[in-house]
Write a protein that binds this ligand. Sequence first.
Ligand SMILES: Nc1nc2c(ncn2[C@@H]2O[C@H](COP(=O)(O)OP(=O)(O)OP(=O)(O)O)[C@@H](O)[C@H]2O)c(=O)[nH]1
Ligand SMILES: [Mg+2]
Length: 197
Amino acid sequence: MEIKDAIYEVSVTQSKFLINDNLPQIAFVGRSNVGKSSLINFITGHKSLAKTSSTPGKTKMINYFLINNSFRFVDLPGYGYSKTGKTYQDVWAGLMGSYLLQTKNLLNIFLLLDIRHIPSHLDRQMIDFLLFNNLPFNIILTKADKLSKSKINVAVEQMAKILNLRKEIFIVTSSNNKLGRDILLDLIEWKLEEFLK
Ligand SMILES: Nc1nc2c(ncn2[C@@H]2O[C@H](COP(=O)(O)OP(=O)(O)OP(=O)(O)O)[C@@H](O)[C@H]2O)c(=O)[nH]1
Ligand SMILES: [Mg+2]
């Protein structure tokens, strides 16, 4: 699949404004700073489509991007970062939960984990949430450029074991080294074909 167009559409902070039209959506979730916005820019080939930052908590809203005029990428706020204490956490929990449960044409969720770190309590909660609600997802391991090739394989094995998930649902990526784009695009294409059947 080729990405011809990628356009920023709208940002949403309240669940009543969530987009629920006929177009399928693909969501990117994960803790703050894991690389969601960078991955969206890498996959679409648009350097500054989604705003990135080395300071955690950059993406605070749900951002919708229209791709090829036929589906959407959705950049969700990162979790696990709280500047203002509990309230901020509560806001994302509410909005994130609403998004994941209320979006009808949610084709797939990409849950991002840093390949170097053991999943946090919140990552595990997110995985449990996805499994419990029977939502389709893959785990994207980000920042693979930080590990040597041999260590990447070990990390995938370890993650699968720790999380008790099949190895097949893990996809290794690096936005910096441009790794994993074709696999992701093939998967998205396949999901879109299934949706249109
Ligand atoms: N080494 C390396 N750094 C990366 C990679 N992807 C993202 N980063 C860096 O990680 C930091 C966070 O990236 P973002 O894409 O803004 O992360 P995010 O998940 O969108 O963060 P929030 O919006 O805060 O939830 C930035 O400094 C990026 O440059 C990668 O593949 N390799
Ligand atoms: Mg972001």
